[in-house]
Design a protein around this ligand. Structure first.
Ligand SMILES: Cc1cc2nc3c(=O)[nH]c(=O)nc-3n(C[C@H](O)[C@H](O)[C@H](O)COP(=O)(O)OP(=O)(O)OC[C@H]3O[C@@H](n4cnc5c(N)ncnc54)[C@H](O)[C@@H]3O)c2cc1C
Length: 434
């Protein structure tokens, strides 16, 4: 077995979390090795980004490169009832402190490759190899990895687990916690010839609410391709034909006259893929010399397209924490670890509350009926743009939003449209007020 030279940091996984962690380590001047098990470019789901991701791109110095990549510009998200009769637009120009008020819709193969190449250009080393074992103790980390027939070991002062849902370190440390309230499954594919909205709205994510609180996403990508996916409750998913993803997809789409109309003339240009059981958190996001970033730590239902932003931010934060606690040793280690864990736990709980709200029929009704009172719509739009660090006033407004959801259960404050049955598409559109 060969032994590699030491690095300051080893990062397992070269997706958004791993690339962000590696780029940030390199910016700090630390030596870093990324182990990535798949050859890039590779397909990945998670194509709709949020405006606040741009802060991370600028911080890492990859903003200009991404702007020249030709990705579709997303200026907001639209939520539609299954019959198309009610639409609400969350327009990012209506959010607070969100600049730019747009984001990209990306083919992840290309986006992830740009990020990883950028980390490499800053000095990170990348090895396309699978991490298969890991020993962590007070003196450092040793990771065994394989590349074809070759087996090697690398030592580092700290490890970032950015291995996505694999959770290479998370599982070894026994910290992963399935989220029993969010047991969902998704089936998705790429289509051509899905009609787009005109003008500036052509790049919006469109979400169609299904009966039984499922939903469908339509995400426009480059070259006339649209990503289409259905998310169902696991019980609904398990009661259907699971062996045939295309049939499962067709059955879900048939629940919505709006989604059916958009796909009537469309052509499927990929296979159908299925993901199930995908929400979980972590009892701890770090320990002595190990840090979880992105999906390796937690994953939340994709309805608000938060995954990539959470991955990018936690990757950067893991690198900053390692810099502070181990490499430069500027701050007390225990304090740095406590803070990293506290920030990630709080962010997970904050976003989770919105996701749970979307799966509550009464609160989903409130999503469909934004009110210009007290700036509530603005605060909610800010969160949907990725603004998770709200002012105290916006936090209060968000609390009011959830209070309205609780009141809706008893008092019918707004029309009960969230779980409406399929009907003929209509055109009533309600925009968020300025
Ligand atoms: C159905 C669905 C729809 C989604 N839609 C969106 C969306 O619209 N917008 C959004 O922001 N997010 C979305 N997400 C979430 C998004 O896909 C993830 O949050 C995001 O990819 C997380 O990035 P990551 O870097 O943590 O993990 P990943 O992107 O999964 O990267 C992990 C990498 O680690 C590598 N790896 C794994 N194990 C090892 C190992 N042992 N050794 C070496 N390498 C390893 C993998 O090959 C992979 O490249 C969606 C998710 C699902 C399931």
């Amino acid at each position: 077995m060969a032994t590699r030279a030491d690095y300051d940091v080893v990062v397992v996984g070269g997706g958004p979390a791993g690339a962000a962690a590696a780029a940030r380590c390199a910016q700090h001047g630390h030596s870093v090795l990324v182990l990535e098990s798949e050859r890039f470019p590779r397909f990945h789901i998670g194509e709709s980004l949020l405006p606040l991701g741009d802060d991370v791109f600028q911080q890492l110095g990859v903003g200009a490169r991404l702007r020249s990549a030709g990705f579709v510009t997303k200026r907001g998200a639209q939520l539609k009832t299954a019959d198309g009769a009610h639409t609400v637009l969350f327009d990012f120009t209506q959010a607070s402190f969100v600049d730019p008020p747009w984001a990209f819709q990306v083919h992840r193969a290309e986006f992830d490759q740009i990020l990883l190449e950028h980390a490499r250009s800053l000095g990170a080393e990348v090895e396309f190899a699978r991490a298969r074992d890991c020993r962590i103790d007070a003196n450092g980390v040793e990771v065994e990895f394989t590349s074809g027939e070759r087996v090697a070991t690398v030592r580092a002062r700290a490890i970032v687990d950015a291995s996505g849902r694999t959770g290479f370190v998370a599982r070894q440390q026994g910290v992963r916690r399935p989220d029993d309230e969010l047991r969902k499954a998704a089936v998705y594919a790429h289509y051509r010839n899905v009609p787009a909205d005109p003008g500036d709205r052509a790049g919006d994510t469109r979400i169609v609410s299904l009966p039984k609180l499922g939903w469908v996403w339509f995400i426009p990508l480059q070259d006339g391709v649209t990503s289409v996916g259905c998310v169902l409750d696991i019980a609904d998913y398990e009661s259907r034909e699971k062996g045939d993803p295309a049939a499962l997809f067709a059955a879900a789409i048939a629940q919505s006259s709006q989604a059916s109309a958009w796909l009537a003339e469309a052509e499927c240009v990929s296979g159908f893929r299925v993901e199930s059981g995908f929400s979980y958190g972590a009892s701890s996001y770090c320990g002595d010399r190990w840090f979880l970033a992105g999906d390796a730590g937690s994953f939340l239902d994709p309805v608000f397209s938060t995954g990539v932003l959470l991955a990018l931010r936690s990757g950067v934060e893991a690198a900053d924490a390692i810099d502070a606690a181990y490499v430069r040793g500027r701050s007390g280690k225990a304090r740095v670890l406590r803070r990293f864990d506290r920030v990630l736990q709080a962010r997970y709980q904050f976003v989770r509350k919105f996701v749970l709200g979307f799966y509550d029929e009464a609160t989903r009704d409130i999503f469909f009926a934004p009110r210009p009172v007290f700036g509530i719509t603005r605060a909610v739009t800010t969160v949907l743009a990725g603004g998770f660090d709200l002012t105290w006033l916006d936090r209060l407004r968000v609390r009011c939003f959830f209070l309205l959801g609780r009141l809706q259960r008893r008092f019918n404050l707004v029309p009960r449209v969230a779980a409406s049955a399929p009907a003929t598409p209509a055109s009533k559109t309600m925009e968020t007020p300025a």
